[in-house]
Design a protein around this ligand. Structure first.
Ligand code: ADQ
Length: 490
């Protein structure tokens, strides 16, 4: 347990890596929260050979935040959010302005000046918390689109620390980004970092182009040079920042071991049996989000059943749709549309004992996810836009029996790294139907060849490599001044 006040390594993310559970007797307990970032950072921490580290984030409930506490090697530093801030900074500006804008404007982004004011205030609070726990010369790793102003706000107070930021979602082309009324402030916030990591080279290029077009910065290759302004604390000094692709991945060895365990194998058999041992199981696993292309997928599947190209006697489709952002209207509308479509297709083509679509609006433990992957003959990943998509990497890792087939949208970050998947354009319903049929009907040897190459890629480029690459990029950043202003070597 740590009793130190400052730390050499500080992570800042919207959420802390734990959830608070309240027992019926009123006592509380913190449990590790499920999710990609937690797993990824857990691997980073295991490989971290320095002293203890701190994680700054929102504890998951509004109102007063608990005092900082320790969880293994980590000091958890809760940042409070009021109910109004949760609504304006998180559900509003993060999830109803930035999220749609950064995902190709699939639904129109909402611009509210009061949300922006709140986003700035909350970013300042996160930055203050980081400054409080960061030791002299610390490494600070900021995550994601909710905290884009944090790098410059931290830099303003603490020129001695090294700051990296990683974007888990796409960075949009400047033609879309330029719609944002606060585009300059966002870019200047990010330029406070030493190193900016993106999922794809295109995302890094989009960022560099936005800096050139919106700020008049100089961008050459991965370097962005910015002269700074002195109108506020976002990017006052001249800076050189590197923006590069560092695609995220999964803990491949850990996930393979899980998928290969006796319990998961048995569960997979049980699931297949409970489905009536169909010839072909199709699977979709997504947060219920309009970026994931679930409606397009259902349209293609529905038509394949309607056409008679597939029959519920032989083929069944399982769609796991994790509940998500249910207080944002666009998500409520999407849920209604999807559930209506599933009901329509099942009503039209299912019959007793042969259900066309199994729809599950629930979260599951990782063991259950691994068992589902083992059951899936064809995995359908059809987002309209997705930063990476870790489900694609989990699926191929779970299928080390060489069986299975991955249908993957070309609009995911994963597509860049996984060219052996059955690629699809989810907007092209006829093409999507053909690709699904091909993935079902191709020769086993062809499927095995593809899966082998895909698995190799994920094994070689796992989450440990990702974290090491990111930290190496950050370490390579130029020297920085010490707290007192003198230059200190990295
Ligand atoms: P997400 O949009 O959440 O993440 P994704 O990369 O697919 O998307 O990760 C989802 C994770 O949640 C996977 O690990 C999956 O196993 C798990 N999961 C999904 N449904 C589940 C369920 N019902 N029960 C339990 N677990 C479930 C954002 C970006 C992505 C980027 C990641 C990581 O939008 O593009 O890949 O961050 O950077």
């Amino acid at each position: 347990m740590s009793s130190r006040q400052t730390y050499d390594f500080v992570i800042a993310a919207n959420r802390l890596p734990v959830d608070r559970h309240v027992h019926p007797d009123g006592s509380t307990e913190w449990r590790t929260a499920p999710g990609g970032l937690v797993t990824a950072m857990d691997s980073v921490m295991r490989g971290w050979d320095g002293d203890d580290a701190a994680w700054v984030g929102w504890p998951g409930f509004s109102g007063e935040a608990p005092e900082p506490f320790d969880e293994g090697k980590l000091r958890l530093h809760p940042v409070p959010l009021s109910a109004q801030e949760l609504s304006d900074y998180y559900e509003g500006f993060s999830n109803d302005t930035l999220w749609p804008l950064y995902h190709d404007v699939i639904v129109p982004p909402t611009f509210h000046r009061s949300w922006w004011t709140c986003y700035r205030a909350v970013n300042q609070r996160f930055a203050d918390a980081v400054c409080e726990v960061a030791a002299e010369g610390a490494t600070v790793w900021v995550h994601d689109y909710q905290l884009q102003l944090v790098p410059a706000l931290v830099r303003d107070k603490r020129p001695d620390v090294r700051i990296g930021w990683f974007n888990h979602i796409p960075f949009p082309p400047v033609e879309l980004f330029a719609q944002l009324p606060w585009r300059e402030s966002i870019l200047r916030g990010l330029l406070g970092a030493d190193f900016l990591g993106f999922q794809r080279p295109d995302d890094a290029r989009n960022f560099a182009r936005s800096c050139r077009t919106v700020l008049g910065a100089t961008a050459r290759g991965e370097k962005v040079e910015w002269q700074g302004t002195d109108d506020d604390r976002l990017g006052a000094a001249p800076r050189t920042v590197r923006a590069a692709a560092v695609p995220i991945s999964i803990d491949a060895a850990g996930f393979r071991e899980l998928a290969d365990s006796d319990a998961v194998r048995e569960r997979a058999e049980e699931i297949r049996e409970s489905l009536g041992n169909p010839e072909v199981v199709l699977l979709g696993v997504d947060r219920l989000d309009y970026t994931k292309g679930i409606r397009h997928r259902l349209r293609a599947i529905g038509e394949l059943f309607d056409d008679g190209a597939i029959s519920p006697d032989q083929v069944t489709f399982i769609q796991v749709a994790t509940p998500s952002r249910e207080r944002v209207q666009a998500y409520r509308t999407l849920r209604e549309q999807i559930e209506g479509t599933v009901g329509r297709i099942n009503g039209d083509v299912s019959h007793l004992g042969a259900t066309a679509i199994h729809y599950l609006h629930q979260s599951y433990p990782r063991e259950e996810m691994a068992a589902l992957y083992r059951v899936a003959d064809v995995m359908l990943i059809t987002p309209l836009r997705d930063g990476m998509n870790l489900v694609a990497k989990e699926y191929v890792t779970a299928r080390h029996d060489g069986k299975g087939a991955l249908v993957l949208s070309e609009f995911t970050g994963a597509a860049e790294e996984m060219p052996q998947a059955y690629r699809c354009n989810p907007h092209d319903i006829a093409g999507l139907k053909e690709t699904i049929l091909r993935a079902i009907n191709d020769e086993p040897a062809e499927k095995e060849r593809r899966m082998r190459a895909l698995r190799r890629r994920v094994r070689k480029h796992d989450v440990q490599t990702w974290a090491a690459d990111f930290l190496a990029g950050l370490e390579a950043a130029p020297e920085r001044p010490s707290r007192s202003g003198a230059k200190a070597q990295a």
